[in-house]
Ligand binder design. Structure first.
Ligand code: NAI
Length: 308
């Protein structure tokens, strides 16, 4: 199996590191535009192989897409991250050009690849990849809800003082501070509804903390986070290459599901060897559906910038 990660920055390198440690691919290409940067990161990671005991071959390249040929999965992390005080949406202008160019170059050499889009604003970048590449919709996956759901479970585990791995919970909608929807009603702890275990004020705080989870880290670190985003990207690569048929919230093309169409938005999907394989389209409450529609309006509004 061959995987390419585009962008050897914080998120891309962390994602590549996780892919190598888990031996998800025998060949891993790390590509960046900055001369020597991906090469350096790849060599540094390869020098952990005997310490960590993996045998994935990681190669760093500067802009040479021929080296990515025949990739099964490609993860796109290239582009600017946000700085404190910035929203993900403010990155749209510069990142749209980068993501479109990268995706088209990749496709020339890897016509069968499944694309995982991480660059922000991710919902719009995923839609851009879907529209510009013209690939079957199942091969374009945006990574946002996977991370947001993991953050949701982290905050829930803090409130419940429990192991986050015993929790289930989804964050659907857009991957923005105001567009994501942590579904507190459906979150469970070992099958018990968390709404029976926590009072409303605590649950509301968990949801609010989740929504600004990325911004909180940007404030603390000075740039956006990378450990959880990189791990979330690698978890999707794993689900694809190992045909896990696992349920994740991913940003995918909606064609009527959840009452929306001509948009990419976060919903629960089964991820396996063909990419995202099925949308789990369950009935939302009136309030949840209204929040989802509002989220879709905001993302659609952002997508309209692409046409300008
Ligand atoms: P970074 O600045 O550390 O890395 C970005 C890398 O992209 C840089 O090394 C840069 O040289 C490279 N790059 C820029 N243009 C390129 C091109 N045309 N071709 C190849 N490489 C190119 O940024 P970081 O922290 O890794 O974030 C990357 C992106 O991921 C940002 O847009 C950020 O907002 C986004 N992100 C998305 C998350 C999500 O949940 N979807 C979570 C965290 C970050």
């Amino acid at each position: 199996m061959k995987v390419t990660v585009v962008g050897a920055g914080a998120v891309g390198a962390t994602c590549a590191d996780n892919i190598a440690r888990k031996e998800l691919a025998n060949e891993l290409i790390l590509l960046d535009i900055k001369e020597g940067f991906a090469e350096g990161k790849a060599i540094d990671m390869m020098q952990t192989a005997t310490l960590l005991g993996f045998d994935t071959k990681i190669t760093g390249v500067t802009g040479d897409y021929s080296k990515t040929a025949g990739s099964d999965v490609v993860v796109i992390t290239s582009g600017l991250p946000r700085k404190p005080g910035m929203t993900r949406e403010e990155l749209i202008g510069i990142n749209a050009g980068i993501v479109k160019g990268v995706a088209e170059n990749i496709l020339k050499f890897s016509p069968e690849a499944i694309f995982i889009v991480i660059s922000n604003p991710m919902d719009t970048m995923t839609y851009l990849a879907l529209k510009s590449l013209g690939l079957p919709k199942n091969r374009i996956i945006g990574m946002g809800g996977t991370l947001d759901s993991s953050r949701f479970k982290f905050y829930l585990s803090q409130a419940l003082n429990c192991n986050p791995n015993d929790l289930q919970g989804f964050v659907i909608g857009g991957h923005g501070d105001t567009t994501m929807i942590p579904l507190t009603r459906l979150a469970t702890y070992q099958s018990l509804p968390v709404s029976n275990l926590l009072d409303k004020a605590t649950l509301d705080k968990v949801a609010a903390d989740t929504m600004v989870g990325g911004a909180t880290l940007t404030g603390l670190i000075g740039t956006s986070a990378w450990y959880a985003p990189g791990a979330a990207g690698a978890a999707l690569v794993e689900a694809i290459l190992r045909d896990e048929k696992k349920l994740f919230t991913c940003c995918v093309s909606l064609e009527g599901e959840y009452g929306q169409e001509d948009i990419c938005l976060g919903v629960p999907v089964i991820v396996g060897r063909s990419g995202w394989e099925k949308i789990i389209d369950f009935k939302l409450t009136e309030d949840e559906q209204a929040a989802f529609n509002k989220s879709a309006d905001a993302v659609r509004n952002m997508n309209s910038v692409l046409a300008e």
